[in-house]
Design a binder for this molecule. Sequence first.
Ligand code: ADP
Ligand code: MG
Length: 433
Amino acid sequence: MTEDTLKQREETIESLETKLDKTRDFIKNLEHRIRLEETIRRRLHNTIQELKGNIRVFCRVRPGLSSAPNSRLSSKITSARPDQDALATIKYPDQEGREIEFAHSTETARGSQVEKSYGFVFDRVFQPSSTQSEVFEEISQLVQSALDGYNVCIFAYGQTGSGKTYTMEGPLKSTSSTDSKVHGEMGMIPRSVLQIYEHARELESKGWKYKMEGQYVEIYNETIHDLLGNEGSNSSSDLTGGSSSSKKHEIRHGPGGRTTITDITTVVLTSPEKVAALIRKAAHNRSVGSTQMNERSSRSHCVFTLRLSGTNSITDEASEGVLNLIDLAGSERLSQSGATGDRLKETQAINKSLSCLGDVIYAIANKDPHIPYRNSKLTYLLQNSLGGNSKTLMFVNISPLASNFNETLCSLRFATKVNSCTIGTATKRPIRG
Ligand code: ADP
Ligand code: MG
């Protein structure tokens, strides 16, 4: 009997081993197919992005603020006085969410009121009720493109108080909050990083390993400041200097289209928690400057850069993508009359760099032989992430207040100019791998 049992067991073991071998083969096969399909997915994803256009413009109208903004900084900067200013008449005529129409009444020479309406079409119009997560849904595909090895720029353009910082960063407390409602207000920067973490983890099973490095700089008066630097934040006695005022930072364009800034802090983002710390630090460094520099954050561009380097040890592929998220300086027309000295220089710097950004995008779209990247620090810094190889998205942030109508019109016209551009089909930059 014992011998019988033994024999039976041996047979079972043998058949199990055969089964196991088969299963192993099967898994190997599947893994191979997954990797193949990832390559196909990348190609298809990019085709979709190209069909949607390598330059996209989204319009976002912020809601009227019912209660006073609670942050000291924003209440100072915001030109909106909650509840006191009348809201403009805004219509969203189409079902697809691409059109926006402003009605505005003006007085004629004879003193009678005439109502004029102004219509605009964008790739997408977000109404005041749109949530951060709805907005992110639309841009998450571009974040994916950066993971796939393309360069991406996402800009927020608009007058001060129109919701640029809210869109990009969200309220400061949102990133680290455990309250789901507050957490839901997280902006595009933390959402992008979180999405990248998730995808990078999924891609590990397909042989991809990613490294993520973040930088956060401010361009003020055509000068680069490190928002992640330690100067100015450590010493309580020196609050006048702002962030990293002592260091001079230069932009370098290296071989293979790799842009670096000298002496800049680079943070390797190893966990999602690091992002919250990074945003806090940048906000701190910025506010240190603004106490002295008169609402500086509305007068400077903030550029968050995420470099994503991926390698696949199985397929020997490599990719490097860069995701730039840019909170632009307030676009309000600043009068140069009366301004002198530093103030005049500052005013000219903002006006110039914003119009230069428009010129660059326009020149790329027109395939001009000369693209005026060098005309401003911002476009020079982003040179390798604009044009040919890259995808650009511009948010035009709009205030709903009737009193802001003229600025709103200017913003919408700027955005329309950008929107009429189409950048030629992007090609992936080959990387030695
Ligand atoms: P900007 O950066 O363009 O100067 P902010 O992002 O600081 O403007 O926005 C101005 C104010 O409006 C802030 O108090 C902000 O919290 C609020 N705000 C902007 N957009 C929204 C939105 N979509 N939902 C709720 N509040 C918003
Ligand atoms: Mg802002």
